[in-house]
Design a protein around this ligand. Structure first.
Ligand SMILES: Nc1ncnc2c1ncn2[C@@H]1O[C@H](COP(=O)(O)OP(=O)(O)OP(=O)(O)O)[C@@H](O)[C@H]1O
Length: 221
């Protein structure tokens, strides 16, 4: 019997995205092809300004490409419900008026299933070492703790697709290991992760590596 390859959670081809600043046009993505399958961590490296964050923004639907095809699970463009897609942006995106615990549980609150996810939220907070900060506000914790809050929030609903931008940038070695192990656990449970990073150590935890160079994604040199 031939075993079927798992279908990609997202598949993008020939993506183009540019930004206009007055007379200047920046071509951030120039014909990018990418896909990631369940159980896989895809690592993307690349110099600052090469287009990595733009790619994540296009894949999650924040930015619209000028050209190219983008398909999520189900076959149509951007048809993955937002609750099945999570992003940990470089800016972390915490809501300053919510406590750390409320930030972690926010995705469950938005789908009106807070009670169901409260225990998982507590487990994630313990695993990521932010449980003792539950009642603090984001401006009362460290940057590394803020980043782990954003990661716990992203993992809460067990999304099908997890996009993480420099997820170990604010972590010491020990917490970086915990963060990377949490992505591996997520992938082992069938999730698909795209991890953008400058850190060799983080990229060593990926199953497959690609490199972004001036808006073009390819095999690392
Ligand atoms: N909203 C925007 N308006 C104008 N230019 C933008 C915008 N967003 C990104 N750019 C430009 O697009 C290019 C790619 O930016 P992007 O943030 O994707 O790079 P990156 O590889 O993620 O960089 P870094 O590693 O520093 O985060 C850069 O030249 C950047 O200045």
């Amino acid at each position: 019997m031939v075993s079927a390859e798992p279908s990609p959670v997202v598949r993008a081809s020939a993506l183009h995205k540019s930004f206009r600043r007055d007379a200047e046009t920046v071509h951030a993505l120039r014909g990018v092809d990418v896909e990631v399958t369940p159980g896989e961590i895809l690592g993307i490296s690349g110099a600052s300004g090469s287009g990595k964050s733009t790619l994540l923004a296009v894949l999650c639907g924040w930015e619209t490409p000028e050209a190219g095809d983008l398909m999520h699970v189900g076959g149509a463009a951007i048809d993955l419900p937002w609750s099945e897609l999570a992003l940990v942006p470089q800016t972390l995106g915490l809501l300053e008026d919510l406590t750390i615990k409320e930030n972690v549980l926010l995705p469950a609150r938005l789908i009106k299933r807070t009670e169901e996810y409260t225990e998982r939220g507590a487990e994630l907070m313990t695993r990521l070492g932010i449980d003792h900060l539950a009642q603090r506000f984001p401006d009362q914790v460290s940057l590394g703790e803020r980043q782990r809050t954003s990661i716990a929030r992203a993992l809460l609903l067990r999304p099908r697709l997890l996009l993480v931008d420099e997820p170990t940038a604010h972590q010491d070695h020990g917490w970086a290991e915990v963060v990377l192990a949490s992505f591996r656990g997520y992938a082992d449970d069938g999730g698909a992760c795209i991890m953008v990073s400058h850190h060799r150590h983080a990229l060593d935890h990926a199953d497959r590596l690609l490199a972004m160079t001036d808006g073009v994604l390819g095999v690392p040199a």
